[in-house]
Design a protein around this ligand. Structure first.
Ligand code: ADQ
Length: 742
């Protein structure tokens, strides 16, 4: 209301100043025009009469003067003649009664000998006076004065003022009205709606903001962000409160953040991974940001957000170079940076040798017992070493000036990095997390550079695997391969004064989205797969030979052969993302999977049904989630897998009363998810049987199994993984010489 009063006040004052200014100028010019007109008339008359009156006054003939005055005078035009002492001689009859005893203008005309003019009020009437001296022999013999009625002048000017006053009223009223309407439409109304919306948000009801893109568009989006943060904070607080009530201490993103802040005490954290948390890509002429769907990113993001650390990764996006600063850095998230991403650039040859070659054709098959032979090329090994050195240089440069920094190195791409860093910075506290299995010493022993790899890894103060079994394999491998003392009591490797601790940290997933946000219903999913479909199975994988996709397809075929009643009633949806497609083995597998799907569908399909819906491509979590939610069963049939996040994602998203997990016993996840139907993926009949069991399992049993698995995944979530890893890291007290103690 105060704003409206101020606005209206400003409108009225400014209109008044403007209109009054213009009116003043108009009145002035009108006045001068009218005065000029009066002057011209008075002058004409004065000059004309002067010649007739001058001889009469010189000769002393007042009667003649009176006659002349009578002839030319009128009620609105008085004439008077004064003697040389400014005494009245003769005046027209209408004028005479109004004349004062003296008029200064006459004396002035007589003394100066010049015509004088002016406006006076005579007898209550404005009168224009024009006094002309009448020439005597030496000095003026008298004065002739013309009196013109000037009351019109006043009247006209006051009419002008009135007109302008009306103009002011109209203008100010119209502008005020329009302003009020604009204020109402563009400010008051949207503000009221925003206030109502804010009230709703405060009450915990989520709703889209009522205005966008207009005057309050940016305010609304800021407000939305604020409301969202409040919402998250409230949800986190509610969860925490619930957990306190339950007497549990569940890890949440918020708790992890608090934990990181309290543990790290402002000591910077440096993370290194091959995959970057944010990729910039060209889409047409625009650059878009892509957040890769990766468990690693989900796990590290809350840590980096909390401590504002530095994440070093390979810049793999085609627009990555366009978006970094001079030090190859970019803030993440770009709109409100919480931490820094530093990109390391690799040549095509380096990427080929280090990533496709040694990491994925060498170490990957070496660590997974999946019967794909590892390829060890000296040139790949050289590239792998070079790239590890490149990352080490980048990391060491960034760590300069930071005492006892924390370093989190991710995965088998950087086996040499811990040693490269530790040798130059013994005070750094280094963790290496190995996301894939570690095989037994015999299997690992075929690697020509096994010693270099182990020595490189042992530069870390802590090495994490998913499960104890992989830790044991690693310790066994070290024991058999290099000169070191394995401390089996404390799970460490001692070399000289340095100890590397080896511990399991089972990775996991973030909580599934709210079922209400899944979007697609089960009926909609089934309808798309055929009119007679009642059951839905799902598989979600990268196309990788370790994931047992071909074995799974064979099991599905076997299931339909054994249980033909289920034909037309069950569909298996396989969401398969192409992966590492520069490597021949992966290209071959991709084609093999295509052919297998084609063959099975060809032999079993009917007009309105096919057993396998093969959705090849990278799918967003939003696309995958409805399948997880509504599937009757999910098949994870890895021949060997460090953990397998798909199993945990399925458990966290599936309907409690419906979902059954069929899980390979060769995954890390099988250690925790004991209520899954565990299978040997090499045993096709066993898997076919597991499918039947899953479909026919009584609802009560499904619910019990799923509930227990859900609780495990909920408690042992990704935040717990990150929290435990960090807790262990911060417990390490590493002295300047690099000697670690826990
Ligand atoms: P991966 O071998 O990649 O991970 P996994 O753990 O199953 O295997 O994670 C795959 C991730 O990719 C999941 O989040 C899944 O949702 C997603 N994904 C799979 N198929 C997809 C598709 N078609 N479209 C989109 N997304 C898809 C490695 C190890 C694992 C270990 C993880 C984490 O091999 O054993 O569990 O790291 O440490």
């Amino acid at each position: 209301m105060r704003l409206v009063i101020r606005l209206l006040g400003a409108i009225w004052v400014s209109s008044l100043v403007i209109i009054a200014g213009f009116a003043f100028l108009q009145v002035q010019s009108e006045r001068s025009r009218m005065l000029t007109d009066l002057e011209r008339r008075a002058w004409l008359m004065g000059e004309g009469l002067k010649e007739a009156i001058e001889p009469a006054i010189l000769r002393g003939q007042p009667a003649r003067i009176e006659r002349i005055l009578k002839k030319f005078g009128s009620p609105r035009r008085g004439i008077a003649v004064y003697d040389q002492f400014a005494g009245l001689l003769v005046a027209t009859p209408d004028l005479a009664p109004r004349l004062p005893s003296s008029l200064p203008i006459i004396s002035q005309a007589l003394t100066t000998g010049q015509a004088q003019k002016g406006v006076e009020t005579l007898g209550g009437q404005k009168t224009y006076l024009y006094a002309v001296p009448l020439q005597g022999e030496e000095r003026p013999a008298g004065a002739l004065v013309i009196f013109l009625d000037a009351s019109q002048l006043e009247f006209h000017l006051s009419a002008l003022w009135q007109q302008n006053a009306v103009r002011l009223m109209i203008l100010a009223s119209v502008v005020s009205l329009l302003t009020l309407l604009v204020v109402r439409w563009s400010i008051t109304h949207p503000l009221r709606r925003m206030a109502e919306w804010a009230q709703q948000m405060r009450a915990g009801k989520t709703a889209p903001p009522p205005v966008s893109g207009q005057l309050f568009g940016s305010l609304a989006s800021e407000f939305t962000e604020l409301a969202r943060s409040l919402d998250d904070a409230r949800a986190a607080a509610e969860r925490e409160a619930l957990l306190r009530l339950e007497g549990e201490a569940l890890w949440t993103a918020e708790r992890l953040k608090q934990f990181v802040r309290s543990q790290l005490n402002d000591t910077p954290l440096f993370a290194v991974s091959n995959r970057e948390p944010l990729i910039h890509q060209w889409r047409g002429r625009k650059i878009e940001t892509v957040e890769p769907a990766s468990g690693l990113v989900t796990a590290l993001e809350p840590i980096m957000h909390a401590c504002g650390g530095l994440w070093i990764a390979h810049g793999s996006g085609d627009a990555d170079r366009e978006t970094v600063d001079a030090q190859d850095k970019v803030g993440v998230p770009p709109e409100q940076p919480a931490y820094t991403l530093k990109r390391v650039w690799l040549t095509k040859e380096e990427e080929d040798g280090y990533y496709n070659g040694f990491a994925n054709e060498g170490l990957w098959p070496l660590c997974h017992i999946a019967h794909t032979r590892p390829v060890f090329r000296a040139s790949d090994w050289a590239a792998y070493r070079r790239v590890n050195e490149k990352f080490a240089e980048a990391l060491l440069e960034e760590m300069e000036g930071t005492e006892r920094p924390y370093v989190l190195i991710q995965d088998y791409h950087f086996a040499l990095l811990p040693r490269l860093v530790k040798d130059r910075r013994p005070d750094a506290r280094i963790v290496l997390f190995w996301h894939i299995p570690w095989p037994n010493p015999e299997a690992f022993g075929i690697c020509p550079w096994q010693q270099e790899i182990l020595l490189g890894m042992l530069g870390a103060d802590l090495i994490g695997f998913h499960i104890q079994f992989h830790c044991n394999n690693f310790l066994e491998t070290v024991d058999r391969t290099i000169e070191a003392r394995v401390d089996r009591e404390r799970f460490g490797v001692v070399r000289g004064r340095h100890t590397t601790y080896v511990k399991p940290f089972p990775i996991s997933v973030a909580p599934a989205p709210d079922p209400a946000d899944v979007g697609v219903s089960r009926d909609e999913l089934l309808k798309d797969l055929g009119p007679s479909v009642e059951f839905l199975g799902v598989g979600v994988d990268r196309i990788d030979y370790t994931k047992g996709i071909l074995e799974r397809l064979r099991a599905i075929e076997r299931f339909f052969e054994r249980y033909p009643d289920y034909r037309q009633r069950m569909v298996f949806v396989e969401l398969a993302a192409p992966s590492r497609s520069h490597i021949k083995r992966y290209q071959d597998l991709d084609e093999e999977v295509d052919r297998a799907v084609e063959k099975i569908n060809w032999s079993l399909r009917t007009n309105q049904w096919k057993p396998i819906a093969y959705l090849r491509g990278h799918h967003s979590h939003k696309e995958i989630w409805p399948y997880y939610r509504h599937a009757d069963f999910c098949m994870v049939t890895s021949l060997h897998d460090g953990m397998n996040l798909v199993a945990k994602e399925y458990v966290s998203a599936a309907e409690e009363e419906r979902g059954v997990l069929i899980l390979s016993r060769f995954t890390g996840a099988a250690r925790e998810l004991v209520d899954a139907l565990q299978v040997n993926p090499y045993h096709i009949d066993e898997m076919a049987e597991a499918i039947r069991l899953a479909i026919e399992m009584p609802p009560a049993e499904r619910a019990i199994r799923m509930r227990r698995m859900k609780q495990i995944v909920r408690e042992r979530n990704i935040y717990r993984w990150a929290g435990l890893l960090l807790e262990e890291l911060t417990r390490l007290s590493v002295d300047r010489a690099g000697v670690a103690e826990v």
